[in-house]
Design a protein around this ligand. Structure first.
Ligand code: FBP
Ligand code: MN
Length: 636
């Protein structure tokens, strides 16, 4: 049971002080929340948005310094807050010693002023926790003293002068810039899909671990990795395939210590030039011809393992309703065609030599040993577990926060908008119950890896099952996308949710079904890139789709980088981002990648902490403390 936070306050003075403290907090402005999703391993782009607080740092600078700065100065100063070490290095390289000293003084003063401005929304104790411990004393002195006050001026400047003289100013600038980043956005909500397609998901997780104040809604791609760590062979086959597809196998080998040598040996059985399996890389890739060839081979080997592994799971779990995905047994004897749902398609780029027509789902001895070794490597990767522990501990299938519902994919429904779901042991789980069932099983499967158990099989269902809220489509046409040219066969049929989510009544029904206020809440979704020309704001502003558009391979579809959402005391704003080129480029050209802000909701009056979930908890504590005070003062 969680501890009673009012327990330490038992005497009249202690209760009185705490009551004053809590009531004051309730009156502070509501802290800013940022919502991001579909980061897909693009660490640099994500880190940029984290550093600029979805454009919020720049807004704070404008508010704090008003007309004092030119646009160029403001931009340079903003970049000092985002990338302090790089911007300091730039100044050091460009300025003569005397100019540099002046620069340090100017920047230190500005940073202290901006920090004071961003800190006004918070209690002193919260600000102290956000300060770098080694500079707490100095920074507090700068924060709470006015450089303009005559009697304090000399003291104030002496602190800055000493920081410079003692060679600490650079470290202080870096620490303070990070504190400003942190205070500009209080809580970060990630609506899923940190992993896959991009090169550095592990760095995204590590950045979030460092930063704290973060929660996740698991995305279907995150589930592949969570499931991998829990020993699901199918999840592993899928994620290794995607790593090969996007030339990211080094995440496995170098970051997570998963040896792919056996898989590469198996790959030698395949055609290194098969066009359907060439890695998807940008034109400026540094892959050698040999690497390209090896990846192409691995890609085929692991897809065939995946397709074979699907057979037994689909057969032992008829309740998953996935018999339509049994495809290897539908190949023609010559492997030139396949018949799906009565329609025969010719196959291109086939690679079925290791598929035994008499027993198509049987793994060869080598395939079996490759996948067994991979499963062991995933279960025992210490670093992977550290990252997945963080995702499990701070994550969930959905989240209700300050009246809003956060979900990666969808709430599965039928054409009429009625909730549908998974029937297990005669019981049908739909709506919130479906999420709860899948979430409980996920944690169970993660904590106790048991390949072949229902909980373990559900990890794969979450990735691709027809009623998986994280997938949201009727089927995943992976086989068809590799081997059939006819695009009609690639259709995955999105759940009717994606049509209905444009309607306000439907969104209100969802909110109510999850125990939220249908009139006031919002559903916040990730998962589906917002295509060029489409609006991310639907259902009379109650449905917000914020695929961050970080994924480079998908930027052709979105046309822009994508969206993030900010919710502060004034209301909600949707921030559109341009594609991010690179960290070096952003710093060299001071490009912010924030293009436009669209107001979703404006509050008639500024919202306070009292109107947030935390505020409601504080109000309960206030009631308890008042009752205790009354008992003490009335002598009961
Ligand atoms: O473009 P890729 O990487 O081949 O992936 C396509 C597959 O990804 C999916 O869209 C799932 O990934 P998302 O969660 O990113 O949408 C599948 O529905 C589809 O089959
Ligand atoms: Mn997704």
């Amino acid at each position: 049971m969680s501890q009673d936070p009012t327990a330490p306050f038992q005497t009249v003075p202690a209760i009185t002080t705490e009551l004053i403290n809590l009531s004051a907090i309730l009156n502070l402005p509501k802290p800013t929340e940022a919502f991001m999703s579909d980061i897909h391993g693009e660490y640099d782009a994500f880190s940029h948005v984290l550093r600029n607080g979805s454009g919020n740092v720049k807004t704070k600078i404008s508010e704090c310094f008003g007309g004092q700065m030119t646009e160029q100065t403001r931009q340079q100063f903003a970049f000092l807050v985002y990338y302090p070490s790089e911007m300091v290095a730039r100044a050091q390289a460009a300025l003569a010693p005397a100019e540099l000293e002046q620069w340090y003084r100017d920047q230190a003063l500005r940073l202290a002023q901006l920090l004071a401005y961003t800190a006004t929304k918070y209690t002193r104790s919260k600000v102290r926790k956000a300060l770098a411990p080694e500079f707490v004393y100095i920074t507090e002195e700068l924060l709470f003293n006015d450089p303009q006050a005559a009697d304090k001026r000399a003291y104030y400047w002496a602190i800055i002068q000493n920081l410079i003289g003692l060679g600490q100013v650079t470290a202080w600038i870096e620490a303070t810039a990070h504190t400003i980043q942190q205070l500009t956005v209080d809580q970060i909500h990630i609506i899923g899909d940190i992993y896959d397609r991009g090169p550095a998901p592990h760095r995204v997780v590590e950045a979030l671990m460092r930063r704290g104040h973060v929660d996740f809604q698991w995305g279907n791609h995150d589930i592949l990795w969570l499931g991998g760590a829990a020993g699901s062979a199918l999840n592993i086959a899928n994620l290794v395939r995607i790593c090969a597809r996007y030339a990211n196998l080094d995440i496995l080998e170098d970051t997570y210590g998963i040896n792919l040598r056996h898989l590469a040996q198996l790959g030698e059985r395949y055609d290194g030039d098969n066009p359907a399996f060439q890695p998807k890389v940008s034109a400026d890739t540094t892959l050698s011809a040999g690497e390209r060839r090896a990846i192409t081979q691995i890609h085929q080997a692991i897809l065939i393992i995946q397709l074979k592994l699907e057979g037994p799971v689909i057969k032992r779990r008829p309740e998953f309703g996935m018999a339509g995905r049994l495809l290897l047994d539908k190949l023609s004897p010559d492997r030139q065609t396949i018949t799906i749902d009565g329609q025969t398609y010719s196959l291109t780029n086939g690679c079925f030599d290791l598929v035994d027509p008499a027993d198509p789902y049987r793994l060869t001895a080598m395939e079996q040993s490759v996948i067994d070794q991979l499963v062991q490597a995933f279960i025992h990767s210490e670093k992977l577990h550290r990252h997945m522990d963080f995702l499990v501990e701070n994550g969930s299938m959905y989240r209700k926060t300050n009246g809003n519902l956060l979900i990666h994919g969808c709430v599965p429904v039928d054409e009429a908008g009625e909730f549908v779901g998974l029937t297990l042991a005669g019981k049908t789980y739909r709506g919130a119950a479906l999420f709860d069932l899948l979430g409980t099983n996920l944690v169970k499967a993660y904590q106790n890896p048991e390949p072949g158990s229902l909980a373990n099989d559900l990890l794969w269902y979450l990735w691709t099952g027809p009623y998986s809220p994280l997938f949201g489509k009727q089927k995943m046409t992976t086989f068809e996308r590799y081997f059939i040219e006819d695009k009609a066969a690639h259709d995955e049929q999105p759940n009717p949710y994606y049509r209905l989510r444009h309607e306000q009544a439907f969104v209100q029904k969802l909110l109510t079904a999850f125990g939220l206020d249908g009139e006031r809440g919002h559903v916040i979704n990730g998962h589906t890139p917002v295509k060029k020309g489409n609006s991310p704001i639907m259902a009379n502003r109650q449905m917000l789709v914020i695929d961050g558009g970080f994924s480079r391979p998908y930027q052709k579809t979105t046309g822009i980088g994508g969206y993030t959402l900010l919710d502060n005391s004034y209301g909600m704003q949707l921030v559109a981002h341009q594609p991010f080129v690179s960290r070096q480029d952003a710093i060299a050209h001071l490009t912010d990648i924030v293009s436009t802000r669209r107001v979703v909701e404006t509050e008639a009056r500024r919202r306070t902490v009292a109107e947030t979930d935390i505020g409601h908890q504080l109000q309960v504590q206030i009631c308890l403390l008042k009752a205790r005070l009354q008992r003490l003062t009335s002598g009961q």
